[in-house]
Write a protein that binds this ligand. Structure first.
Ligand code: DGP
Length: 115
């Protein structure tokens, strides 16, 4: 756990969140500022600030985050219609919380390219 990391505090239960699913390795909760009718964040319990800090030792965990996103999309009823997973890395891409998190967005049409 990193000091002063909001998502570490959510993972530890010290800050409340609308949790939809969790495992020993990750926790998924609704985004406080949703950008789509369904907007869920999947975060590892392990503190990794950005994708740039992830190494080969995190490969399986990162893969399981994607599989969690797939399962959550099915539970939320957006799997067939379509959904988007996004992992912003660093401020130039829009990252504002420096604990990696996978956005799962759905429930509306998505434009491409993203802004
Ligand atoms: P990013 O911009 O990729 O770093 O995404 C951070 C997301 O985190 C953003 O969509 C808003 C969300 N967020 C920030 N603070 C909180 C919080 O306290 N609770 C919840 N549930 N989401 C938060």
């Amino acid at each position: 756990m990193a000091d002063d990391c909001l998502f570490c505090k959510i993972a530890a239960g010290d800050v409340s969140a609308d949790t939809v699913r969790e495992s020993e390795e990750w926790i998924a909760f609704r985004d406080i500022n949703p950008q789509a009718p369904t907007h869920i964040l999947v975060i590892p319990r392990q503190h990794i600030a950005t994708l740039n800090e992830a190494g080969p030792g995190e490969a399986e965990m990162l893969g399981r985050l994607l599989l969690a996103a797939k399962e959550i999309a099915a539970e939320e009823g957006i799997a067939e219609e379509g959904y988007r997973t996004v992992l912003n890395c660093n401020p130039g891409a829009g990252q504002s919380v420096f604990h990696i998190h996978l956005h799962v967005l759905g429930g509306r049409a998505m434009g491409w390219p993203p802004g």
